[in-house]
Design a protein around this ligand. Sequence first.
Ligand SMILES: NC(=O)c1ccc[n+]([C@@H]2O[C@H](COP(=O)([O-])OP(=O)(O)OC[C@H]3O[C@@H](n4cnc5c(N)ncnc54)[C@H](OP(=O)(O)O)[C@@H]3O)[C@@H](O)[C@H]2O)c1
Length: 259
Amino acid sequence: MPIPSTQKAVVVEQVGGPEVLQYRTDYPVPTPGEGQVLVKNTLSGINFIDTYFRIGLYPSPKPEVLGREGTGVIVALGPDLEKHDFKVGDRVVWLGNAGYAEYTAAPVAQMMKLPDGLSDVDAVGSYLSGLTALALTEEAYRVEPGDWVLLHAAAGSTGILMTQILKTLGAKVIGTAGGPEKVAFVKSLGADHVIDYRSEAGKNWVDEVKRLTNQEGVDVVYDSVGEETWEGDREVAKRKGTIVWFGNASGPVPPLPLK
Ligand SMILES: NC(=O)c1ccc[n+]([C@@H]2O[C@H](COP(=O)([O-])OP(=O)(O)OC[C@H]3O[C@@H](n4cnc5c(N)ncnc54)[C@H](OP(=O)(O)O)[C@@H]3O)[C@@H](O)[C@H]2O)c1
């Protein structure tokens, strides 16, 4: 199949709300550089981080094609690819830039070949979020059986994976989620307690976490909500506990005075 010179892509020329997303049919197909291959995407992952680049919370040069992950088939190799184990025709999942497009020049250093039996949907649904969940539970804080864990936004895509991994590790999980449907969903994933932090009662989630943990607090808080929740986290982490802030869904955590 010949590679075209232009493609369909979603381009952002200036920071702003969703209205700055431009659907284009004449965007240049990139040429893979050193350490890259050209992937014809079958799926483009959509992640919360894309919004940070769109609104300028994370600075990046514009114009920009958003999208940090995808799946597809390699259609061309970059200049130095003989020493790598990737070839044209390989089905892959990748992390990189410019995924909201038909073709992406993606780095092989952040790419995996997909085994038969693993669908593109499952691969892209678990790559960026899954690696994040593993890094959070194994590296940022190593979760041990019996640990009390507070997980905010447990019904989000990272939260869904986190909840299941935490239960597999033997933690006691308190999740927060917005609305009864999300609460029921997170419970169905195995969470021990789920607080609807958007409900009137759930707004007092700090007291509820203290009550559930016998006033001791949790061993670790995983918080990707940020601005709306960071202060409460400091009250519910137990003595010598850990708070991991890893996202800004409601806005960033402000500079933190240590006093
Ligand atoms: N540091 C990293 O490497 C890394 C990697 C992946 C993801 N993350 C972070 O993890 C978080 C989740 O990412 P995701 O891709 O899994 O996103 P997602 O599926 O869209 O989930 C985001 C969740 O955030 C909650 N939320 C709370 N306040 C919100 C607000 N003001 N606006 C929108 N949503 C709000 C929502 O749950 P409720 O409605 O239940 O509140 C929603 O389920 C993001 O903060 C992201 O930046 C960080």
